[in-house]
Design a protein around this ligand. Structure first.
Ligand code: SF4
Ligand code: SF4
Length: 163
């Protein structure tokens, strides 16, 4: 373990400077000196009045692979949320009052966020931003040539449809 400083919380009152046995907390350069913070003794963490210091691990374990059943359950969850989002959007479009339309739209957004969380947890990052869509459309229009590679038109079109 070693200490790190959250610079936004640090008020530079230098209490940590007095308690650190190795001088690792010298505030001149902003961060804790990794080489000097030898044992993660947490004296500075406990002394800091601003809660600006914390301990982090030197090495983090690698992320275990997800079980297929978990990924499948998350994908099903995502598809279900997608169906519910479509229903919420249809409700918004046919709502009798603006208040109901607003509520249905909010529900659609919240269902979309839930679906995206499910996809992320399943191990997929969804490039859902407008910028990603514009970039894919640009690629399709310009069809850049990469030596020895075939332009992946079908994949790009499928991705755009999903977006
Ligand atoms: S004790 Fe906390 S607030 Fe004070 S200088 Fe050190 S990190 Fe910053
Ligand atoms: S954890 Fe201990 S050695 Fe490391 S910076 Fe804080 S007081 Fe110094």
């Amino acid at each position: 373990m070693h200490a790190v400083r959250n610079l936004r919380l640090c008020t530079k009152d230098c209490v940590c400077l007095f308690v650190c046995p190795t001088g690792a907390t010298d505030t001149e350069n902003g961060q804790i000196d990794f080489e000097k913070c030898l044992d993660g003794c947490r004296r500075c963490v406990d002394a800091c009045p601003s809660h600006a210091l914390s301990l982090v691990m030197d090495n983090y374990p690698s992320r275990p692979a997800k079980d297929t059943a978990v990924v499948e359950a998350l994908m099903n969850f995502m598809e279900q949320k997608h169906r519910e989002e479509s229903l919420a959007k249809a409700l918004a479009a046919s709502a009798a009052t603006s208040a109901r339309a607003k509520l249905a739209k909010a529900l659609a957004v919240s269902l979309r966020i839930l679906a995206e969380d499910g996809a992320r947890e399943a191990g997929y990052m969804i490039p859902q931003s407008t910028a990603s869509k514009a970039y894919l459309e640009k690629l399709l229009a310009e069809r850049p040539v990469v030596a020895g590679k075939q332009f992946p038109e079908a994949e790009l079109r499928e991705l755009l449809q999903l977006l």
